[in-house]
Every structure is written in structure tokens, then in C-alpha cells.
Design a protein around this ligand. Structure first.
Ligand code: SF4
Length: 365
């Protein structure tokens, strides 16, 4: 039988080499409350190739974590539903893949790293036993082979005296060490894709840098693709090839990281950059974006950013802008209309047009 939903998990489809490793198109995710569905994520589209890193950026409540969890169908259903869209991973359609097939992919070919290792590590199990579980399940290693691999992996993620530390319980390790363990566990089965949700947020700045450096190095060695979820644009510059900025459940700007960070097109991206301490230099006060992001039950009409946007036009409250695209960039803002950007046919209609854009982005506010 052919078709994505029936393909054998773990097998590469014939078109795998010619397509991005992960291709998300028109993905929507809703939650049901009192019989009504609110869309937490709406019409999201992005792709990641093998060996590349895409950062999904936005404030809390923007929908980035819901997007990430829904890729591997990690949200409980109900209350979460995927009313539309496609998630193709190595040629397999994950939205319709049977649960038993999806289980063979999770933790094996696609691994998740969470923000707080204490919520994903079992507090009453030794680190080594937790690390060997996945290796024995997915790779069929014997106990002694898996033990050896766990020690080697702890050494690879920079934990000193790994043969002794595999006998530790999680509470015997620092936050940074636990996050190293999580990275080691994620990489243990040589996944094609790693999804990391705010993996350094709970750590102090020095340890954050060490962990990011480690992830960069390990990704270079393994060739895995990374989807990194973060609210911190400071993290993006050091690691991302591409960035997608999310607001109110949708992507509002997308493109190569170097260009988005140096010439943001969307006022929301401008705001995120302006509120970064590193961007503020010696300024005493950071330019925080006024107001708060709307929750999924109270999203405004038109452009959802308009109540907070200092550059809003009269039409912004009533008309949702389409994507305007040029070369590898696209942004959803009326200010780009008539500026050498082409209206994108639909939020989820595929790749960007190769024509017509002159660098420069928006004039500063
Ligand atoms: Fe601001 Fe209007 Fe652009 Fe939305 S469409 S970001 S409100 S200028």
C-alpha cells in the first residue's frame, strides 16, 4: 500500500532526498473550550533541511510551543485538535500517521528537548538508566552496549567523569548538567531532527552560552536539523540559519536569520529586537513593546498586532494583511505593500518568490 500514512516508520520515502527534511504547510491547531474551538496556531508554514537550524521566535502565548508540540502530536487530544495542514517529515505525513508508527519516530528519528530537564527526567531513576531506555527500545542495543553508549554520550556532551555520573540521580546534578544530559539523550539515537523548546531559558547566561556552543558543535558533527523555540532573539544570532517570527498564532515574518536580525520587516520583529538588552547598548530603559499579546480567545480582527503597533494604518484594524514576499523573505504587514514586495498568494501557499526585492527592509520607525 502506498501513501504517507502507511509508509513504514523509519524508512525513507523515495522523494526524501529532494525535499526538506521537515515541511510544515498550513498547520492549524485548535483547543476546544465550552464547545467552541479557538485556534492557537493558524496557517503556519515553514521547512527545515537536514543540517539546518530554524528558530521559531515570539513572546509567550504566540503559539510557538503549541506548533512544536503538534509536529509530533504531543498535545493531548482532546482538548487539542489539528483542524488543517500538513506536517511532512522525511516523506511521512505525521498528522495522519498511526500512533504506533509515530511512537517509533519520537525519541528516535525526531527528538524533543524541553526547557526544564526536571520535568522530563525521572527524579527517581539514575541518569544512566534513563539514557539507555531509548537506545535499547529504538536501536535494540544490549544492556552492556547501551551502558557503554550512555557513558560515551555523557562524555560527548562535556560531563566530566561520565562513568561515575551515569549512576547519579537528576537532583545530584546542576541545571546545566541536566540540560547536557537532555541533549545527550536527544542525540543518542542519532535523530534526523531535534526540536528544542527554550532549552537554555532556565540557565544562567554563562551556562546558556556553553549549552548553545555545545549544541552548535554537536549539530555540526551529527548533521541533524534543529527547530529551536525561543523568545530570545539573542539566542537566534548565534545558531540559526533561518528565523520565523510568530505572533498571535501565526507567522508574521520569515527569512534568513542574518537578514531578519539586521533588517527586520515587521514592526513586531522591530519591537522584539528593540527590547533586547544587547541591542539597547548603554540605554537605561529598554523599548518594550507596549501592551500584551492577546490570548487565543480574544484575538483582534485585522492585523492581530494592530492594538500594539506604533505604525498602524487605518486599514490595519479591519483588514488582515497577506504575506508580502521577495527572494527568501516574507512578512505580513501592510507597510510592505508597493515596496517591491509581492503579495503572497496565501499564508500557506509554499515557497517564496525569487523576484523583485531590493534590500533595505522598512525605514526605521
Ligand atoms: Fe502594524 Fe499594520 Fe503592519 Fe500590522 S499591518 S504590523 S498593524 S503596520
Amino acid at each position: 500500500m502506498s501513501g504517507p500514512a502507511t509508509a513504514r516508520a523509519g524508512a525513507l520515502s523515495p522523494d526524501y532526498a529532494e525535499h526538506p527534511l521537515l515541511d510544515v504547510d498550513g498547520l492549524s491547531v485548535g483547543f476546544v473550550r465550552d464547545g467552541a474551538m479557538g485556534l492557537a496556531v493558524s496557517d503556519v508554514a515553514f521547512s527545515i533541511s537536514r543540517g539546518k537550524t530554524l528558530c521559531l521566535v515570539g513572546e509567550s502565548g504566540s503559539g510557538k510551543t503549541v506548533t512544536a508540540l503538534s509536529l509530533l502530536r504531543l498535545l493531548p487530544s482532546p482538548p487539542a485538535y489539528i483542524p488543517g495542514g500538513s506536517v511532512r517529515f522525511a516523506g511521512l505525513e505525521l498528522t495522519s500517521l498511526p500512533e504506533n508508527e509515530l511512537r517509533k519516530i519520537r525519541g528516535n528519528r525526531a527528538a524533543f528537548i524541553f526547557q526544564d530537564p526536571m520535568t522530563s527526567l525521572n527524579p527517581v531513576m539514575r541518569i544512566g538508566a534513563q539514557m539507555t531506555e531509548g537506545l535499547r527500545l529504538h536501536k535494540g542495543l544490549s544492556r552492556s552496549e547501551a551502558d557503554e553508549a550512555a557513558v560515551a554520550m555523557l562524555a560527548r556532551v562535556g560531563i566530566a567523569d561520565p562513568a561515575a555520573r551515569v549512576r547519579d540521580f537528576p537532583h545530584q546534578m546542576s541545571g546545566g548538567m541536566r540540560q547536557r544530559v537532555m541533549i545527550g539523550m536527544a542525540l543518542a539515537c542519532n535523530p534526523d531532527l531535534i526540536i528544542a523548546d527554550e532549552p537554555t531559558t532556565a540557565l544562567d547566561v554563562t551556562v546558556q552560552r556553553q549549552i548553545l556552543r555545545l549544541m552548535r558543535q554537536l549539530l555540526r558533527d551529527s548533521g541533524s536539523a534543529l527547530l529551536l523555540i525561543t523568545h530570545d532573539l539573542g539566542v537566534v544570532g548565534g545558531i540559526a540559519d533561518d528565523v520565523a517570527v510568530m505572533y498571535a498564532g501565526g507567522i508574521v515574518e520569515q527569512g534568513p536569520a542574518s537578514e531578519v536580525l539586521s533588517r527586520p520587516l515587521h514592526p513586531y520583529t522591530h519591537g522584539l529586537l528593540a527590547s533586547r538588552p544587547a541591542m539597547a547598548g548603554r540605554q537605561k530603559r529598554l523599548d518594550a513593546i507596549p501592551g500584551a499579546a492577546p490570548d487565543l480567545w480574544s484575538r483582534p480582527g485585522g492585523c492581530p498586532f494592530h492594538p500594539r503597533c506604533a505604525r498602524a494604518l487605518p486599514r490595519c484594524a479591519g483588514e488582515q494583511p497577506p504575506f508580502f514576499a521577495a527572494k527568501e523573505r516574507k512578512s505580513r504587514c501592510w507597510l510592505l505593500e508597493g515596496q517591491c514586495f509581492n503579495p503572497h498568494p496565501a499564508p500557506s501557499a509554499g515557497r517564496l518568490r525569487p523576484d523583485g526585492w531590493e534590500p533595505g527592509g522598512l525605514p526605521p520607525p
